[in-house]
Each structure stands twice: as C-alpha cells, then as structure tokens.
Design a protein around this ligand. Sequence first.
Ligand code: GDP
Ligand code: IMO
Ligand code: MG
Length: 431
Amino acid sequence: MTNTVAIGIQWGDEGKGKIVDLLAPNMDVVARFQGGPNAGHTLVIGDQKTVLNHIPSGILHENILSLIGNGTVVDPFRLVEELDMLLAADIPVNDRLRISDRCQLILPYHRALDAAREAAKGKGKIGTTGRGIGPCYEDKTARRGIRLVDLTADDLDARIDENLRYVNFMLVEFLHAEAVLKSDVTEALDLARERLLPLAADVPLILHENIQAGKNILYEGAQGSMLDVDHGTYPFVTSSNTVAGAALAGLGVGPKEVDEVLGICKAYTTRVGAGPFPTELYNADGMCDAKNAGKHMAEKGQEFGATTGRPRRTGWFDAVVVQHAVRINGVTGLAITKLDVLDGLEEVKLCVAYERNGQRLQSIPASAKVLEECTPIYETLAGWSDNTFGLTDVENLPDAAKALLKRIEDVCKCPISMLSTGPDRGHICHL
Ligand code: GDP
Ligand code: IMO
Ligand code: MG
C-alpha cells in the first residue's frame, strides 16, 4: 500500500496534472485537499487536452474515485462548467466524483472583492487569478463562509443578507466598486443545490473506509510550496496552505496514513503573478537575459497560465527553493518535469545559494523584500543539443542531461523518482 501526497514545490504549474494522471492507475482514490479554481492542471492524452480546475486529475480513469476535500474552495459556476465539459467528453463524472459537504463555496461577492482589491492596490497588486480565492478563505476563517452543507440550512437566506450588507459596504464605500446583487448570489446557490449537493458526501468517512480496506490514495496538491500562505513568499502567495501537511487537514486523515511525498518541479522555474523570483531571466514586461535562455524556456515550454492564459515569468532551476520545499514537505522523491524544454541550450544553470549585502544565504528568507534583494549564485553546467522529447528511458538521455539531474539530486539532497520529457501521459521515465 502506498499513500502518496503529490505536490508542486515551486510557484505552481510544475506539471502536477500530468504526473497525477499518470500515477492514477496505481491508485484507488485521488483527492484534492486545498485551493480551488485558481488551479489549472493540464492532462494530455494523444491529441486530447483537458484542463481541470477543481476536479482531481485522476478523473479520466475508470474505477478511480475522485474526492474534493473540505480544505478546498469551490465555485459553483466554474465547477458545473467543468462537470459539463467532462460529461460532453463521455466521462461519467457524477459517478466518479464526491465533494465534501464541508467545502466552502466561492460566491460572486468573493470574485468582486478579489477584483476590487487588486484594482485598488494598483502597482502593488499580487496578481491573483481573480477567482475570489483570498476573500473566500478569509470568510472561512472569519466563520461567515457558506459551505455546501449550508445550502439546505433554514438560516441561509439571513446569512447571505448579513454577508451582503458587509461585503457591499466594503465594495462601495471602501473600494469604490459596484455592489453585488443578491440575485447573482442566489443563482450561484441554486446551481450548487441542483448540481453539487447531489455529489456531497462525508469525505473523511469515505477515505477512512478506503484506508481500512488497504486501498491506495493519491493526495493531489494545487499551487506550489512557494505560494503557501505560511511558507511561501508572503504576501505574494495564495490564501491556503499548499504544503504536504495540508493534505491531512484538508481531507480529514491522520499523519500516519501518508507513505510518500512526491515533490513535483520543473527542470527550470516559472512564476505567474507578482512577487520575488531570484532566478528570473525573462518576463512579459521586457526582462530578457543576454543569451535568451529565459525566452527559450517561455517559448519552448509554452509558458502561459492554464487558468488565466497569462504569460509566465521564467528562470533557472533554484535549488534553494527546492531544498526549502524538501524540508517543509518531507519530500521523499522528486518528479522533474519539462526536461525537454532545456534541449538546445548551450549551457544550463543551477542556483545553489543567494548573495545579499556580501553575505551568502543558504535558505529562503522570511521577508519577500529581503528575497527581492537576493542575487543567485549559480553553478554552470554544459547544455545539450540532442532531443530528449518523449524519451522513456533515462539511459538514452544525453550525458549533459544526466549530469544536470545528478547535480539536482546532490544539491537538493533528494532522489529523483520520475522524469517527464513531454506533456503526454506516455512521456515519462521512471527512475
Ligand atoms: P500544473 O498546474 O502543475 O498541473 O501544471 P500546468 O498544467 O498548469 O502547466 C504545465 C504545462 O506543461 C502543461 O501545459 C503541461 O501539458 C505541460 N507539461 C507537463 N509536463 C511536461 C513535460 O515534461 N514537457 C513539456 N514540454 N510539457 C510538459
Ligand atoms: P496550479 O495548481 C500558478 C498564483 C497567482 C498569484 C497568487 C495568488 O495550476 O499550479 P490567488 O488567485 O490564488 O489568490 O493568486 O498565486 N497562483 C498560481 N500560480 N499556478 C497555480 O495553480 C496558481 N494558483 C494561484 O498567479 O500570484
Ligand atoms: Mg497550473
């Protein structure tokens, strides 16, 4: 029995969807434990591409139960769109998916607040996905959130009125934005009642029964460790804990139920939205390195957000980030993705430490401002001109690629257990 937590350990978009879809056939249950429609997980099978926001990435497989845990935030409009997209592709999603009745609902006023706050921040904005994630998690901890189970509560209407009084005051008086109409909220609640409530379940109980029966569970993270609200580049983070430990609280399972923690990371680094990124080489605002390596990564890696379509910032592999992630998550193995994107570069670099004010730093500073002032200390390795795209046997890799992977293992003090060489389910080497 192997119960595995699979998480992103950079700034998101590491290829979690691809890896989870690939591992799913060895599993009985795949469960999401945090985040919401800010996530965009891409699955590629032949010429068929599927992007999932809420739904676990095992959904395309038969005989696998998909669970959405209490730690997630669910937008009824978007989740229903996702259900319909899968139903149109003949995936019996209503049979395969269950949603925790403790899930928080993202309502139209959360999206309005997200947009108005970002607009008010101007240049200092976080660059959120605009999906209402932050305001929804705020309501959860403020104990005024609306959960799936509340859709049938007698006092729901009164609670919505109370929330709207507060939110509309904030929107109009403080943020100078438009008020949200109650009819828009009611529409979301009605849709959730019609389409999501029939899928509601006691997720911790289902998981417990599966664990008792010796079934294999895959816990699928969203975002990445550097976007974790505690351990990431605060305040340029998302509003949930994205680390492996969050799988437990976000689904209702105990720590003894996890055997492996798979840390998924690209062979380079990307980030969407604002915030420090020490190894950044290239972005849409005009930053570009002399050798065009960052542009090469952005173009060859097709680095555009799966959720928002925004161009991603790109840069070299940052081993300080990955070491931090290995520690805070207890990573037992790395899954390195997008190695093929580095094909054709004359040299490749690995950031092994930072420098600030003449001092060498070996770990991530807590302050985003301090991190912003750090410059990377690089090791430079030879690149390779051969094609690694689609390779399935590490023995066939060019020597220079093997040397890079060996160096990543040594510097990050963690073995590589999987290597992805293309977007398709079949483009994988097991180590
Ligand atoms: P996630 O959010 O972590 O699931 O990652 P995204 O789906 O947002 O972004 C990863 C992108 O890289 C997607 O377009 C994937 O299809 C693609 N991808 C994943 N693994 C590989 C790989 O090894 N090589 C290449 N070239 N593309 C990959
Ligand atoms: P997946 O699961 C990459 C980023 C946003 C922004 C910050 C806060 O596909 O890896 P939010 O909307 O969560 O309040 O935005 O977090 N962000 C992601 N970046 N991949 C994601 O998800 C992300 N989810 C949020 O760009 O910088
Ligand atoms: Mg993504």
